[in-house]
Design a protein around this ligand. Structure first.
Ligand SMILES: *Cc1c(COP(=O)(O)O)cnc(C)c1O
Length: 357
């Protein structure tokens, strides 16, 4: 069976080596030495100064919203995983969905500007499939209107824009280290900011808002464990090779798929991409369903990322229209993409897609 992704696992003895240290120290969590070492190594890999390793890529979005003091409207993208708008709702803020750009499915700055009201406090944008959104236009809008910016970079570990980690932008950037992502710690997340005061606040939030007997704020538990950090320490040095293996597979899809009726999102200039996903867009949903069924018949399981468009989720109070996102969500399918995906499987997928579509 071939899934859309497969988690990378390090050599078992490498992981066991870290476990032996944990067994010796009997320090399992609460900002242990492996968590601190992983943070140090990620800082140097990303080239950023202030970051925190946390328990997942959703709680870091919640922490971002809370730390920036947001309580009202947050303009966000309908074309993302549900965690980005769920975090807004969970924090009792109002998601206002701005439609996406037809070429790369990232939030459209012109649509954002149209939706800004006196209640707008922030923009929460996703780097879709690891491809950075319109960072400069969004930052300019934020400055002009006095808004905060959060980037959901759950897909974007290793991606760079203008020579800088994409996670270095915005008031806060977040990432997910879930087992399905480009770099993973089984479960895990990252929060990055540039402001040392904000960093201190987020650090308190991560661990209940207190240091020993001194209580500063209402925090939460967003800590991660030494066992998760150990997985990160095994995987992090592999990231450049893993991205290179993805790049080669991405190129094979590009070379073999027949794009006369298909398309895929454009990768913007000045982006060093991390090849996190391989999405293709069909002319109709019917074609997508036909191809998906043909692949599933041979035990290959692509995924409909992102479907449905988040502005259409049934529990939203108000129906907002985002025609581009709603349309793309019906027609986009992510093909299998992971570092050790067999070349023969890529050949087989391309053959089926070309034949059926
Ligand atoms: C995976 C993902 C998240 C959530 O990350 P978890 O670590 O699973 O909580 C958030 N946003 C996007 C865009 C994602 O793909």
């Amino acid at each position: 069976m071939i899934n859309v992704t497969k988690s990378y696992l390090p050599q078992l003895d490498e992981y066991v080596h870290y476990l032996e240290g944990i067994w010796e120290r009997v320090h399992l969590t609460n900002n242990g030495p492996l968590v601190r070492e992983l943070e140090k190594q990620i800082k140097s890999y990303l080239g950023v100064d202030h970051l925190l390793f946390c328990s997942n890529g959703t709680i870091v979005l919640q922490m971002a919203i809370k730390a920036l003091g947001l309580t009202k409207e947050i303009i966000t993208t309908p074309f993302s995983y549900c965690a980005s708008s769920h975090a807004i709702l969970w924090e009792n803020c109002t998601p206002v969905f701005a439609d996406v750009r037809p070429d790369d499915f990232t939030i459209d700055p012109e649509q954002i500007e149209r939706l800004i009201t006196p209640n707008t406090e922030a923009i929460l944008a996703t780097h879709v499939y690891g491809n950075p959104c319109q960072i400069e236009a969004i930052d300019a809008l934020a400055r002009k209107h006095g808004l905060k910016v959060i980037y959901d970079g759950a897909h974007a570990f290793g991606a760079r824009y203008k020579g800088q980690s994409v996670l270095s932008y915005g008031d806060i950037s977040t990432c997910s280290f879930h087992a399905t992502k480009v770099f993973h710690t089984v479960e895990g997340g990252l929060i990055v900011c540039n402001d040392p005061k904000l960093y201190e606040k987020l650090g308190l939030f991560r661990s209940f808002g207190h240091r020993f007997d001194d209580y500063f704020d209402v925090g939460i538990n967003a800590k991660n464990s030494e066992l998760h950090a150990a997985m990160g320490l095994c995987n992090l040095p592999r990231v450049p090779d893993l991205i290179e293996a993805r790049r080669q597979r991405f190129g094979l899809y590009d070379a073999q798929l027949d794009f006369s009726s298909l398309s895929r999102p454009v990768i913007q200039p000045e982006v060093e991409y991390n090849y996190a996903y391989y999405p293709i867009v069909f002319p109709t949903e019917a074609k997508l369903l036909e191809v998906k069924a043909a692949l599933e018949a041979v035990q290959i399981f692509p995924r409909r990322y992102f479907y449905p468009s988040l502005n259409t989720l049934p529990f939203l109070k108000e129906r907002q229209s985002c025609p581009v996102s709603e349309d793309i969500a019906l027609r986009a399918l992510c093909l299998p993409m992971y570092p050790d995906l067999e070349i023969e499987v890529i050949d087989q997928v391309c053959e089926i897609v070309n034949k059926v579509s």
